[in-house]
Design a protein around this ligand. Structure first.
Ligand code: FES
Length: 231
């Protein structure tokens, strides 16, 4: 069943232009391949697909064939990898690739509101690209930041702890070419409890005090030498 899906996915993509790595990316690809022992170069398939996608914006069949050729792999093995992971785009995407997680943690924390915000701003449904090619909207299953749900990824950046309003503001700013800060949109640090520490409060206090203390001065070569001589 899944094989039929894979073949259809590849066959229905519009005919791509010929793909070849730029000279710079070819060097990068060769450097990645060189990290693996002789005979194990196929292990470089994922970073090479990523490199091809960063160059072209998506993975055409020709790009996958190019990667297969460089790694001495049967093309079908590369298609299997590219069609398994959702981070590989098998058709062109807009300048902004907006991916919204609708998996359990995000859903329970308000993902439907984030979806509504994205649809209101972009005017497209999941799987569609705006008419001007500015953005593509995709639904994804877990972006690995469940503790900061609900989460949206735009290109390489994660926007976390979203609400309808903050998701809308982020997308509107991105469409204008601005660079709104990514990460938590409520200002909480990392994945700390959103209403402040609930356990280990003393430790949290000590940690906060240590963090607010002035950083020790870096040793100069002279002071380091003096310290060594007196020890
Ligand atoms: S469920 Fe949304 S990031 Fe994990």
């Amino acid at each position: 069943m899944s094989e039929t899906y894979h073949v259809e996915t590849i066959e229905t993509v519009e005919t791509p232009e010929t793909f070849a790595f730029t000279a710079e990316n070819r060097k990068r690809a060769e450097a990645v391949i060189a990290k693996y022992p002789a005979g194990r170069q196929r292990s470089a398939v994922m970073p090479l697909l990523d490199l091809a996608q960063r160059q072209a914006g998506w993975l055409s069949r020709d790009a996958m064939d190019c990667v297969a050729g460089m790694l001495g792999m049967p093309p079908i093995k590369v298609y299997e990898v590219a069609t398994f992971y959702t981070m590989y785009n098998l058709k062109p995407v807009g300048r902004l690739h907006v991916q919204i997680c609708t998996n359990i943690s995000c859903w329970l924390r308000g993902a439907p509101e984030i979806v509504r915000a994205a649809k209101d701003v972009l005017g497209v449904a999941f799987g569609e690209t705006t008419a001007d090619g500015a953005a593509t909207l995709s639904e994804v299953e877990c972006l690995g930041a469940c503790a900061n749900a609900p989460v949206m990824q735009v290109n390489d950046d994660l926007y976390e702890d979203l609400t309808y309003d903050t998701a809308k503001a982020v997308l509107e700013a991105l469409l204008k070419g601005e660079a709104p800060p990514f990460g938590s949109q409520t200002g909480r640090r990392g994945s700390c409890p959103c209403k402040g520490a609930t356990t280990l409060k003393e430790l949290a206090g000590e940690h906060a005090a240590a963090e607010s203390a002035p950083a020790p001065k870096a040793k100069t070569a002279k002071s380091a030498k003096a310290g060594k001589e007196t020890s």
